[in-house]
Design a protein around this ligand. Sequence first.
Ligand code: NAP
Length: 588
Amino acid sequence: MTTLSLPAGARERWVRTGGVELCVAELGDPQQPTVVLVHGYPDSKEVWSEVAARLAGRFHVVLYDVRGHGRSTAPRPLRGGFTLAKLTDDFLAVVDAVSPDRPVHLVGHDWGSVQSWEFVTVARTEGRIASFTSISGPSLDHFGHWVNARVKRPTPRRVGQLLGQGAKSWYVYLLHTPLLPELAWRGPLGKRWPKILERVERLPGGAYPTASLPADAAHGAWLYRDNVRARLRRPRPDAYAHAPVQLILPEGDAFLSERLYDDLEQWVPQLTRRTLPARHWVPRTRPDQVAAWIDEFVTSVAGGRPAPAATGRRAERFGGQLVLVTGAGSGIGRATAFAFAEAGARVIAVDRDAEAAARTAELSRLVGAPEAWAEPADVSDEQAMEKLAEKVHREYGVLDVLVNNAGIGLSGSFFATTTDDWRTVLDVNLWGVIHGCRLFGARMAERGQGGHIVNIASAAAYQPSRALPAYSTSKAAVLMLSECLRAELAAQDIGVTAVCPGFVNTSITATARFAGVDEAEQLRRRQRSARLYGLRNYPPEKVADAILDAVAHNKAVAPVTAEARGAHLLSRFAPGLLRRIARVEPRL
Ligand code: NAP
């Protein structure tokens, strides 16, 4: 097994406490706020290497091997050597050594989070912890109360929640059996674990976990045996957090139910919630997002500001994410940029109209985006898009969400549509989407941390019309491209959605072209269609809402507006009727 090392520049030292020696590593400038990262089971401090490397530029980052793990020595005897009280002693010894004068920002994953909950809720650490970020590891006290509340008042829903979490905790029962876990970890399980993590948890392959895994896992079984049953039986009644807490909740966690945290507000006066479409090992699979959230939270707490401004489910899901929207200077694109901004995402507004893009970026900052940028680009221009992608990846990072929205309208019969008309509409509506998916999607996939691509198609993608052959063809191609890409990117946890709006009141009516008519007729038709769209009066903000919803729920196709949903149903169950409607010539 290859060994995973800490980022370059890590300084290791030893801290002695309670009969053990703890291996402590430090990165970054000790004058900056100190962030202490505590690993889980069966891990060592190296599980944090990717996150630590990202934080080290702005913080004094400290990691340590929990007793009995990695390069830290194990207590003798093992039984009784891993109680939460002893783990709290260790934490205080580390903090005394690395940050004697200032409270630290604590971050825990898995069992690192379970023990950190103890640190942040016992009186003797008061004043030593400035904030706590909890990832995938509940307080055993809160868990105990959660179970008791459901056992005492067992409604069907609550019994379901108990059974759900009970099933997810199968490994906890196994870890309580004598010797079996030790034999398994030092034998076949220890050997297969890296492959299991790769396959089941989608961890990037390579140098993880470290060579100490079998010993870590065997020793760590005592974390469970020394604490779980005792605490669940008699949870502390006063386990209140004395520092602000940020909860990062991976939605696909195989070991913990989201419901476990339903009652958390009663224990934590200042709670910020985040959710992430990911599995359990987010320090390895989503280091960009985890580091960004820690950075934002620590910076706001250290600066004396309340925790991040955006709140609610949208902020939990999209806060801090990097989102790029094309055609963001107007209509659906602008509304979508604002909706992501309101959710606390960092927004890149792209439009061929530089001024309109700049305005969207400026307003995005005002409505809640921590950062927003404007980038002028024509999506149909391959070279311009390559330059844009290069700049975005260099200056802002790899996207979490890409919205290929820029598009133009073109109406007119097939024979009235010239080859130039075809080229123009396909260049923007189809090639613009292809360039976006190719250039930004490739980096998303390469990063291996998931993401989402939204392509704005149209109800015209599945609703034929004699009046819109070129536009409908371009949108049908976008719909199929989205479906194919969705299949290809599923393995990388990248969702792809085709959004299909009906009639939406935007300025597309003012710019759409009508093929085969003179200028005067063109103007008349534009005015008339603008009037009709105005009468329908479906606002682009509602489409933006549907886009965020589609991303959050990873929908494949999202028809928006009643007419788009109706046509979608007809296209499946009564396509003949749609074909008849397609023959009707619209009177404009
Ligand atoms: P919009 O108000 O006209 O906004 C589109 C934006 O995209 C405009 O700022 C436009 O700039 C920009 N754009 C156009 N071509 C571009 C290019 N080559 N490169 C960069 N930016 C470009 O239209 P919308 O209604 O919001 O449309 C957005 C998307 O929704 C389009 O794909 C459209 O096909 C689709 N859609 C709209 C409706 C609807 O009823 N409105 C229905 C179904 C689907 P300019 O102003 O300079 O052209």
